[in-house]
Design a protein around this ligand. Structure first.
Ligand SMILES: [Zn+2]
Length: 514
């Protein structure tokens, strides 16, 4: 007995001494070190799988856990990062301020997230509450308040076994233009490149690996009034970043992009994929050992759902669906969506949908396809669920700037789509004549079209991409996908404008066909 006790004491002492020595004199591990970075971006409220079985945090957890198990087996280490825009896009999540999404990220062990522009779709008080739910840091180096203080931590240093990883966050400067002015009042979005130029050398001195977690966008088109920005520009301008984990442009990079020795990755959107980057550290150098996008049922194939995650999320999904059944407004009369009428003439419902979109975006005009309006509104109370039958596709509202000539041409092309087709256009804010295939007498909000003036036109993401035979506009300068879903924009408008009198949306001849 005494001998055993003594042995235990000696062993404990030896362990203590060994640990003490190791702490005092860190020893370079002999072999290479593996660091796996798992990443997602532009989740936009997709905590629950779609009706087609795509994505969802329960299947995502299975994918993440598999990698964690693999890496544990070879003594590799894993960081799980999100490049921002967790908010906005799914009613059940939006109604709960993305709490299920964030709780789910906690359960999956996320290590850090960048601030996306859509984090400002809610007032700052909501974003602060969301931050309180997060078990991981929310990072943005380039957002400052009016007193010159950073609104979020700029970076986080991860001290892993044998290596130190610095992760810093950057948010697109275009938030200043596309963000809700009420929510970003007094905030400054400093140029990402300037911020990184100051920060990277400092982090380089402290870390073996420097990762930029950015919500900047890859190869984005330019916005008027904002200098061109993007992750590829950051990589070219600022040396010393090993890896850029990007978001915002919803780009699916099957193979990492490489700019000036920096790797750029992005994993599409909605959690359809978990990006995986395997880094190898040897002799003080960081090498890319492999990268891939791990599918999370993007085509409905079967990654099984993690049961613990389902148990966590199911009550939120129910609560979200309950919220959809609460009354948000009233109609004083019917807004019918009779298919034959909707696809051959301007209707009150078409005008209502266009008005809502113009109200949200400040656009001068709006164009919608009749086929995108799937149900009418009956006189009486209106719920969010009703609106999801009117606009069920979850398309997002977009705006594009056009010259007077481009607008006239856009009207000509859209008004030429045949009656009876889903493309038959409903207009807001404009009136014109179509005579022998030519557009004339164009009036925008009561004033004649002015040559040399720019006009902002709102359409949805489906039409912007050329859906239903519409001219494609998502490749034009000044194109902005606001990310707001059409049903949610309608909900906001109806909540504000009820009771809705159909007479106020009477279809005064937007298009006179002669
Ligand atoms: Zn974004």
């Amino acid at each position: 007995m005494r001998f055993h006790k003594l042995l235990r004491y000696v062993t404990a002492l030896a362990v203590l001494l060994l640990c003490g020595c190791a702490a005092l004199h860190p020893v370079e591990p002999a072999g290479p070190l593996f660091l796996t970075v798992l990443h997602t971006n532009d989740h936009h409220g997709r905590f629950w799988k779609s009706s087609k079985g795509e994505y969802g945090l329960a299947a995502r957890k299975t994918v993440v856990d598999r990698v964690r198990a693999e890496e544990a087996a070879r003594s590799g280490q894993v960081l799980l990062l999100d490049a921002g825009d967790v908010n906005t896009g799914v009613p059940e999540s939006d109604m709960l301020d993305a709490e299920p999404d964030i709780r789910g990220m906690n359960a999956m062990g996320y290590d850090a997230m960048a601030v996306g522009n859509h984090e400002f779709d809610n007032p700052l008080s909501v974003l602060r509450r969301q931050q309180g739910w997060m078990d991981f840091p929310l990072l943005a180096a380039n957002i400052y308040d009016s007193s010159g203080q950073r609104l979020f931590p700029a970076y986080h240093i991860f001290r892993l076994r044998g290596l130190t990883v610095a992760v810093f966050g950057l948010t697109t400067e275009t938030t200043a233009v596309v963000g809700n002015p009420e929510h970003i009042k007094g905030l400054t979005f400093r140029p990402a490149v300037d911020e990184a130029r100051e920060l990277v050398p400092k982090l380089r001195g402290q870390a073996d690996v420097v990762v930029a977690l950015t919500h900047l966008g890859y190869a984005e088109s330019e916005l008027p009034g904002v200098p061109k920005t993007g992750s590829e520009i950051l990589a070219r301008a600022v040396p010393g970043i090993d890896l850029i984990v990007d978001g915002h442009s919803h780009t699916r990079l099957d193979v990492p992009a490489q700019e000036s020795g920096t790797f750029i990755v992005q994993a599409g959107e909605y959690g359809k994929f978990v990006g995986r980057v395997d880094l190898l550290l040897e002799g003080g150098r960081v090498r890319l050992a492999g990268a891939s996008l791990l599918p999370v049922n993007p085509d409905g194939e079967a990654v099984p759902e993690d049961q613990s995650m389902l148990a966590l999320l199911a009550p939120f999904q129910e609560k979200g669906q309950d919220a959809l059944r609460t009354v948000i407004g009233h109609a004083a009369g019917d807004f019918p969506a009779d298919r034959a009428v909707m696809r051959s003439a301007q209707t009150a419902l078409g005008s209502l949908v266009c008005r809502a979109v113009m109200d949200k975006t400040g656009a001068d005009a709006a164009v919608m396809n009749s086929g995108g309006i799937r149900a009418g509104l009956a006189a009486g109370p209106i719920t969010y669920k009703d609106l999801l039958t009117v606009k069920p596709f979850g398309n997002t509202v977009c705006t594009v700037d056009m010259t007077a000539e481009e607008l006239a041409e856009y009207l000509r092309l859209t008004a030429s789509l045949p009656p009876g087709s889903g493309g038959f256009a409903q207009y807001g804010g404009v009136g014109f004549t179509l005579r022998g295939g030519r557009v004339g007498d164009v009036v925008v909000n009561g004033a004649p079209l002015e040559a040399g003036r720019m006009y902002t036109v709102a359409v949805d993401s489906y039409l912007a991409a050329g859906g239903d035979g519409y001219p494609r506009v998502d490749n034009l300068q000044g194109f902005v996908n606001t990310g707001f879903t059409d049903a949610d924009v309608l909900r906001e408008y109806i909540a504000r404008s009820s009771p809705l009198d159909p007479a106020a949306y009477a279809p005064a001849g937007a298009v006179r066909r002669e």
